[in-house]
Each structure stands twice: as C-alpha cells, then as structure tokens.
Design a protein around this ligand. Structure first.
Ligand code: FMN
Length: 182
C-alpha cells in the first residue's frame, strides 16, 4: 500500500495540519511501551524475526494478546499464512538486538540461527523464539483486525515460558533512541 504523503487527518478545527501533526507525533511517542522480538514461520521452511513495540495483553479470560504488524512486513505474510507468532521479551542489557531485526533476516536452518542469533522452534506453534530471550509467549491468532496499513493480530497464548532468571529486567522502548509510529 503506498504511504500517504503529508499529515494524516483528522485535525482539530483551526489547527495548522503540519504543526499539529508534529505535536501529535510527540504525544503518541510519549506512550510507554515494551520492545520485543516477534518470531514467525510458515510452519514449513521459512522463519523470521522482527523488532516490535506494539504489543499488549487484551483479555485475561481468555488469555489474548494483540500485536500491531505492518502489512508490508514479511512477518505479516508469515503470520497470515500460519496463524501463529511468538513474542520474545529481551534482556535490557541486549538492546543492540533491536537494530538486528529491523531489516530482512538471514536464516540458517541448519545452524538454527536468525541473523546469527540462536533460536528454538516454539514447541506449541513452531514460531521461532530467540534462545537468549528472558521469557516468551506463543500465540495462535484468533482474530486479525485490519486497520489502515497495519493488522492487529489478536492471539491466544498457547505456551509461555521463562528462559532466564525471572528477575531479569526486560527491554522497553525507552532503551532505544529509535522510534516507531506516532
Ligand atoms: C523501535 C522499533 C519499533 C518497531 N515496532 C514495530 C511494530 O510495533 N510493528 C511493526 O509492524 N513494525 C515495527 N517496527 C518496524 C519493523 O521492525 C521493521 O519494519 C522490520 O523491517 C519488519 O521486518 P520484516 O519485514 O522482516 O517482517 C519497529 C521498528 C523499530 C526500530
């Protein structure tokens, strides 16, 4: 989908669209959020991992979480194909990882690495999970919701595990100078 040029409506009456656009962006960036790596697969040979900040739990009965994924992303293609994804929580000390998964990923199926990072296939869904994750969940997509240039994949947690000490602090958006959305 072509990206629309210029400020996105609606605008409050009387507001200068460009000025308001810049302000709105800064306000939206102010929303605190986590920073994750999402694993996906076609449940055959293909695997991918990408950096994602738009994730949240949306229901506790059932246990559902939602992730917002750009429609042009390879991850989107794989999640749409498999109906599953993993959400990996990363050690705060490993923040360099963020940049490693914002570009197309080199997969080595024999070595079981994504961009050189070891992964395991999630036992419930087959979606890759970074081996160095502090914790992860695997989800089966129950409801994809299309919103503009993103899809909110609403998934049920079908597996959850810690791979490191539970007290390990995990990565969040304020640990990077990069931004997303807004
Ligand atoms: C800090 C940060 C947060 C991001 N958050 C998201 C997100 O929540 N959703 C999304 O679709 N892309 C997000 N991205 C962009 C993807 O990581 C990027 O488009 C990636 O190249 C997509 O990978 P893929 O095409 O291999 O799936 C974020 C990027 C950065 C740097």
């Amino acid at each position: 989908m072509p990206v629309k040029e210029g400020p996105v409506p609606p605008f409050p009456s009387g507001a200068d669209p460009d000025e308001y656009d810049r302000l709105r962006r800064r306000v939206l960036w102010k929303m605190p959020s986590g920073l994750y790596v999402v694993g996906s697969t076609d449940r055959a040979e293909r695997r991918n991992a990408m950096t994602l900040s738009w994730a949240t739990q949306v229901s506790f009965e059932p246990k559902w979480i939602g992730i917002g994924v750009e429609r042009d992303a390879f991850t989107h293609e794989l999640i749409a194909a498999s109906g599953a994804f993993s959400l990996c929580m990363i050690d705060r000390e490993d923040r360099a990882i963020v940049r490693k998964f914002t570009k197309p990923v080199d997969v080595d199926l024999a070595a079981r690495t994504l961009n050189g990072f070891a992964y395991i296939d999630g036992p419930a869904t087959g979606a890759p999970v970074l081996a160095q994750s502090v914790a992860y969940v695997e989800c089966e997509v129950r409801q994809p919701v299309t919103i503009g240039n993103h899809t909110l994949f609403l998934g049920e947690v079908v597996n959850a595990a810690f791979l490191q000490d539970e007290e390990t602090e995990v990565l969040r958006m304020e640990d990077t100078r990069m931004s997303y959305g807004g």
